[in-house]
Design a protein around this ligand. Structure first.
Ligand SMILES: Cc1cc2nc3c(=O)[nH]c(=O)nc-3n(C[C@H](O)[C@H](O)[C@H](O)COP(=O)(O)OP(=O)(O)OC[C@H]3O[C@@H](n4cnc5c(N)ncnc54)[C@H](O)[C@@H]3O)c2cc1C
Length: 448
């Protein structure tokens, strides 16, 4: 019986295992060092915030794995010998494989800051990080202030977590405006204001220089490049993530920033594959990035690879980019491409609308000459994924998108609709006379 070994029990590794089991009788082993059982990383913050217990982040009961003949090994793989098809395990011994899947995820970036490995300094990635944050920041008596370094989606989650226990937070962000390497300026500005409204001490255009230790080796303050010393009891490092692949350096497997793979998720070594956060496409697929550290792409890669491993060779085809997240209590969705000012190609133009008093805005990007719809970002308005996916595939233009925008709005009828205001602004800016069409369920659910 073919022996499949998967390193990593995150969404990518687990999806591969489950789908191989659906399709075959192969022997499946998952090795992972972080936890015995798969859990939802995206839900970690809610454990700290008291909305759920850690057990509730585990989507499967513990008996599920044995019943489905998926062996779980809690260990760390220190090396791979692809000639003998063997793995070296940290706890001692080795394990052989016929086919190997590397699904080792990411690790938080550390840029060599003095003090970055002190006690009281954590990323916000693993279960161990969560336990460390819980230990060092149980309440605002024991943690008088936390400093978070790096403004992105994980940083703002960490700020929300700490604020839920009323811990004062200073947020150091290298950019001049929050996440403006990704978001267009208007949206980034809305988020700056929202962070300040939540009484978070946001310091833009500010870098960490050093984390200062007390006599016991705990972080007690940070020094910024502006010369400020900020006393704190916890430092969160959330300046992005990098593929977790240090153990592969001597393996002969081609690595760049991540493990290099082709569209079949194959590495340069026969019978070794890589998926999820740690995989790097040789070239981005369409306009997508070579590494995409998001949940659903890990799941899609896992499903695709299971087909290939079970003799139905399948190309990884993720379709149009989309993502969603939360900035404190503002929901954010993105479909297609809306680039920041820094990354915007010459052909991309934007139409931006922001509500005068509410935290609601949208940006639609379109092709300058043809007016083809390229993407949309929404803040505070929930949209339908399948509608934008369809409009992107059908290469609709921005006029069409605005005319039928009500079809894309996911919020129930009793929610406020903003389409009239959005279209009025567009009409006055672009001297057009679009009238938004009424929502049509027939159109929404038609496949055309
Ligand atoms: C706080 C947080 C919030 C997030 N929120 C969102 C969100 O809202 N939406 C979204 O799309 N994405 C979100 N993400 C990103 C998403 O969680 C990741 O893209 C996804 O979990 C990656 O899955 P993976 O299976 O590739 O790797 P991982 O989940 O990282 O799993 C890899 C596992 O392999 C283990 N491992 C690594 N090396 C070895 C080794 N050598 N030996 C043994 N085991 C090893 C690791 O310890 C880890 O347990 C979030 C991430 C974080 C940290």
């Amino acid at each position: 019986m073919e022996n499949i070994v998967i390193i990593g029990n995150g969404i990518s590794g687990i999806t591969t295992a489950r789908h191989i089991r659906k399709l075959s009788d192969k022997k499946i082993t998952i090795i992972s060092a972080e936890t015995d059982y798969f859990f939802s990383r995206t839900a970690l913050m809610y454990v700290y915030m008291g909305h759920m217990k850690f057990e509730h982040t585990q989507p499967y009961e513990n008996w599920f794995w044995k019943k489905n003949r998926i062996d779980l090994v809690n260990d760390f793989v220190t090396a791979i010998n692809h000639e003998s098809k063997e793995l070296v395990l940290k706890k001692g011994g080795s394990m052989s494989y016929d086919k190997l899947v590397i699904a080792t995820g990411s690790k938080p970036n550390k840029f060599g800051w003095p003090g970055q490995d002190l006690d009281g300094v954590y990323g916000m990635y693993s279960k161990q990080d969560l336990l460390g944050i819980e230990k060092n920041a149980p309440d605002n008596e024991q943690c008088k202030r936390a400093v978070i370094v790096g403004g992105g989606l994980i940083g703002i989650e960490m700020a929300e977590m700490l604020r839920s226990r009323k811990i004062p937070v200073t947020f150091l962000v290298r950019e001049k405006s929050f996440w403006n390497g990704v978001l267009p300026d208007g949206e980034s500005q809305l988020i700056n204001e929202h962070i300040l409204d939540h009484h978070i001490d946001l310091r833009l255009d500010t870098n960490l220089e050093e984390i200062i230790a007390d006599e016991k080796g705990y972080a007690k303050a940070v020094r910024t490049d502006k010369g400020d010393i900020i006393d704190c009891n916890l430092v969160g490092l959330t300046a992005g993530v990098t593929p977790n692949i240090d153990f592969l350096k001597e393996s002969g497997i081609e690595i760049g920033r991540g493990v290099k793979v082709n569209r079949y998720l194959e590495t340069n070594i026969q019978d070794i594959y890589a998926i999820g956060d740690c995989a790097e496409q040789h070239e981005g697929i369409g306009k997508r990035r070579p590494i995409e550290a998001v949940w659903y792409t890990g799941r899609m890669m896992g499903e695709t690879l299971a087909q290939t491993i079970c003799d139905n060779k399948t190309k990884y085809s993720p379709g149009h980019w989309f993502n969603s997240a939360k900035f404190l209590d503002i929901e954010y969705q993105t479909y297609g491409w809306v680039n920041s000012m820094r990354n915007k190609p010459d052909y991309e133009e934007h139409f931006h609308w922001r509500h005068s008093t509410e935290n609601t805005c949208i940006t639609i990007s379109y092709e300058k000459d043809t007016k083809e719809f390229l993407g949309i970002n929404t803040f505070g308005i929930r949209m339908r994924h399948e509608i934008f996916d369809r409009w992107l595939t059908e290469k609709k233009d921005i006029y069409f998108v605005l005319e039928y925008l009500k079809d894309a709005n996911f919020d129930p009828e009793f929610f406020k609709n903003y389409e009239q205001q959005i279209v009025s602004k567009f009409n006055s800016e672009f001297n057009s006379n679009i009238t938004p069409k009424k929502k049509s369920w027939k159109r929404i659910f038609s496949k055309a």
